[in-house]
Design a binder for this molecule. Structure first.
Ligand code: ZN
Length: 373
């Protein structure tokens, strides 16, 4: 995510703060500081976000335990986000990953409780008669611990609201997932989450609660985006690569020149070309219209395509019988627009991101969905 600064690394995960987070520090310093001054306010705000960070680390450790990579944890003014490489799709895995965050706050609460009692007793013995309702909310050691105790309770209550994509909403989707397929469970969880988000947003507007409005916007947009990507994957999952593999694509020999490929592109509009060994018909490399355009721009129209091609080891391999969502994931992981499709050892053709989105556009229409369905 741009606009974020890396603070460090914990358990192999980059910890970042979004630049807007600095605003919250200033705001927190003035709100929580009170009589004790802005420095105490800053301490309280930082302590609050340490709780948020530990919460996100809870999700992260659970995800890593299931072999899911965690890209980073970003602290935003509205809270934290642990960005997972993929979402766990098995209901019980999602359930554990979702609950692991709030579980950390429950644990922290239980650990802080005896500390609070000890500090309260200590304060009372040193200065008898000073323990009152005011003393536990006043700035100071006891006030800070009491604040952290209540913050943990708030974090658990808020995150466990059954509103997707909050943790409670994920628990809700995972629970639905035991009874129906993942796409349907997501659809219902997102729909309910969005309805609650609209209600919370309106409540925030009426009560001038800016934080609530921000949260509602977050839930509405992020929940919707995740719902869409699940629906997309659900469609792509049903189609094997072999069904959309173009059979009329021109392949090249390594001796073809850049100029010849350019004229081929002008005639066919083909975006990428397989370069095959003339004897074994195995794939040697791939060249794209962008590679050819770059070579032409550098005046290298006379060069052999073998000199400018990307070699096979740079091209992700995709199985002929794989599904389109698997193909898309492979391309994404390799940051490549194009992949080489193999049936066993036999090269069968190239597939590119545009092929996948074209297939998706064709199949996303309601009528096609019935056919694929
Ligand atoms: Zn969480």
């Amino acid at each position: 995510m741009t606009w974020s600064i890396k603070l460090g690394r914990i358990l192999g995960i980059d910890i970042k703060v979004h630049l807007t987070f600095l605003l919250i520090l200033g705001w927190g310093a003035s709100i929580y500081g009170g009589e004790a001054g802005p420095l105490y306010g800053l301490l309280v705000t930082v302590a609050l976000f340490v709780l948020v960070l530990l919460h996100e680390l809870g999700h992260s450790v659970a995800a890593q335990w299931f072999g899911i990579k965690v890209k980073d944890i970003i602290l935003l003014p509205i809270g934290g986000v642990a960005r997972l490489e993929r979402m766990p799709e098995k209901p019980w895995q999602e359930l554990i990953v979702a609950v692991a965050g709030p579980a950390v706050n429950v644990l922290l609460f239980l650990l802080l409780l005896p500390v609070a009692v000890a500090v309260a007793i200590l304060q009372h013995t040193m200065l008898p008669g000073t323990l009152s309702v005011e003393s536990i909310t006043q700035p100071g050691a006891l006030g800070l611990i009491m604040f952290l105790l209540s913050a943990n309770v708030m974090l658990v209550l808020f995150n466990m609201l059954p509103v997707f994509p909050l943790d409670g909403g994920r628990v809700f989707r995972a629970t639905l997932g035991f009874f129906m397929d993942y796409e349907r469970a997501t659809f219902i969880a997102v729909l309910i989450g969005r309805m609650v988000a609209v209600a919370l947003g309106l409540l925030g507007l009426v009560t001038y609660d800016f934080f609530l409005v921000l949260m509602a916007l977050f839930v509405y947009t992020v929940g919707g985006q995740e719902g869409q990507s699940v629906a997309l994957r659900g469609i792509l999952r049903k189609i094997p690569v072999e069904r959309i593999l173009a059979r009329d694509r021109v392949a090249l020999t390594p001796n073809a020149t850049v100029e010849e490929v350019a004229s081929q592109i002008r005639q066919s509009g083909q975006p990428n070309f397989a370069i095959l060994d003339p004897n074994s018909h195995q794939l040697l490399g791939v060249t794209t219209s962008d590679d050819v355009a770059a070579a032409m721009a550098n005046g290298q129209w006379y060069r052999r395509v073998a000199e400018i091609m990307r070699h096979t080891h740079q091209i992700p391999k995709i199985a002929f019988h794989a599904t389109l969502d698997e193909a898309q994931e492979k391309l994404g992981q390799a940051s490549s627009r194009v992949g080489a499709v193999y049936e066993g050892w036999q090269f069968r053709g190239l597939i590119d991101l545009a092929d996948i989105s074209r297939a998706f556009r064709l199949l996303a229409s309601p009528k096609a969905r019935e056919i694929v369905g």
